[in-house]
Design a protein around this ligand. Structure first.
Ligand code: 2IT
Length: 445
């Protein structure tokens, strides 16, 4: 297998899907050497098969706004790879969503889910719908329209969606409600549900908490003390909130959060219950701006149109959206002496930024390892639903801890390059080998 040959064919077959090509190239570059030591993979065309989704659903979503005006959005569900379990992955509602976005996310999800040690295949869905400024009734009608089209292809042992950007507990509630009405069954065909109807404890916190458990492991094996370190976080949504909450608990100091409008620098730390709760309030306002934080807490300063990567911090955690940290940002972080960069968003760093981190042997870990705590907790929600019971905070947290620790271990095993741990290579090889071996065992399907 030659990465450039595979990529040339993929790009010709699916022109214009830049994000998808980026995600595939990264994985293939990491696994090329190992793959070529396995002639059975080549014979079974594992790589050629793994880069194509099992299937893709695309559909029209007509819906009516509060003034009676009809709108049309486009909806997707990518059932990317079902080799190790039912398709599993979130739904994203954001105006930037295209087929390419969801294919990259579904592809990443396949390896991420494999890393969790739980039996889940990779899936992703969403729409270019923008929830910004929409009323609750509009959101509900949109969610219902989305599921009216998709429900037949979902199910607890078929395909289990969850949230992602623009889809939180409220949207999952509306989608699950409609699914249940149409499918006439109450099984756990969504995760991220409300606690009173089958949701798991800690699911909202799990991505951010899991990310910090992973960062703790990175620090431990590198002899770094996390307590007292300054942290820059991008985003102010669910994932950023979870990370900020855990940082406060562990005594690391988050000095920045950001939004599409810019970032706020809070030198005293985003670490009081009031500030952390305010992040949720800001998100709940539906305006998608972080600037009001600096009005509410005058010790903070708002920098419009800028990214927090220009700050001198010890730890950088991109928690917003793909490609939010580019080569210039990576160089700036290095120049400022950053100790550790952990991607919490999916593909939060551009390919050039990732290459820069690796070439400079910086401590860097990729999203599919760092943020896997979210989907892992979803897997635990599926288990609880199947058993018709619910675990306590402590039970879920203990399992989450164990899973993040296992993922870290897999990265170390497959990513060791002398004294350096290449977490990108480690995560990609570990995830790939599991899926590839499952595909091999199941024949040509
Ligand atoms: O990117 C992700 O892993 C998620 N949005 C969570 C997926 C899930 O099924 O919980």
């Amino acid at each position: 297998m030659k990465v450039n040959d595979i990529m040339a064919r993929l790009e010709a077959r699916h022109p214009g899907e830049a994000e998808f090509h980026q995600a595939v190239r990264e994985v293939l570059s990491s696994i090329e050497e190992v793959y070529n030591q396995h002639p059975e993979f080549k014979k079974a065309a594992i790589v050629e098969r793994i880069v194509e989704p099992d299937r893709v659903f695309t559909f029209r979503i007509p819906w009516i706004d509060d003034n009676g005006q009809v709108h049309v959005n486009i909806g997707y569900r990518i059932q990317f790879n079902g080799a190790i379990g039912p398709y599993k992955g979130g739904i994203r509602f954001h105006p930037s969503v295209t087929l390419s976005t969801l294919k990259f996310l579904g592809f990443e999800q396949t390896f991420k889910n494999a890393l969790t040690t739980l039996p889940m295949g990779g899936g992703k869905g969403g729409s270019d719908f923008s929830p910004k400024g929409r009323s609750d009734a509009e959101i509900m009608r949109f969610c219902q329209a989305f599921i009216t089209e998709l429900w037949r292809d979902l199910g607890p042992d078929t395909d289990v969606p969850a949230g992602d950007i623009g889809v939180g507990a409220r949207e999952v509630g509306y989608m699950y409600g409609m699914y249940k009405k149409l499918a006439r069954e109450h099984t756990g065909s969504f995760t991220g549900k409300g606690l009173s109807f089958g949701g798991s404890r800690l699911r909202p916190e799990a991505t951010g908490f899991g990310a910090f458990y992973f960062v703790q492991k990175m620090c431990a094996v590198h002899g770094i003390e996390l307590k007292g370190k300054t942290v820059a976080v991008s985003g102010f949504g669910n994932v950023a909130w979870g990370a900020v909450t855990k940082a406060a608990e562990l005594g690391a100091k988050v000095v920045a959060i950001s939004g599409p409008d810019g970032y706020v620098y809070d030198k005293t730390g985003v670490n009081t219950p009031e500030k952390i709760a305010y992040m949720l309030e800001l998100r709940g306002s539906g305006n998608d701006v972080v600037a009001p934080y600096a009005e509410r807490f005058p010790e903070a300063v708002f920098y419009p149109g800028r990214k927090p990567w220009e700050l001198k911090v010890d730890v950088a955690l991109p928690c917003a959206i793909q490609n939010e940290l580019n080569l210039e940002d990576a160089k700036q972080l290095k120049a400022n002496g950053v100790t550790l960069v952990a991607e919490v968003s999916n593909m939060g760093c551009t390919a050039e930024a990732v290459d820069f981190f690796l070439e400079n042997k910086m401590l860097f870990a990729p999203g599919k390892a760092v943020n896997a705590g979210g989907v892992a907790c979803s897997g635990l929600e599926m288990t609880q639903n199947a058993m018709h019971l619910s675990w306590s905070d402590e039970e879920v947290d203990e399992r989450l801890h164990q899973i993040m620790s296992d993922i870290h271990e897999q990265c170390v095993t497959h990513g060791k390059e002398g004294d350096y741990i290449n977490y990108v290579k480690g995560a990609n090889i570990a995830g790939f080998m599991k899926v590839a071996n499952a595909m091999l065992a199941q024949g040509v399907i």
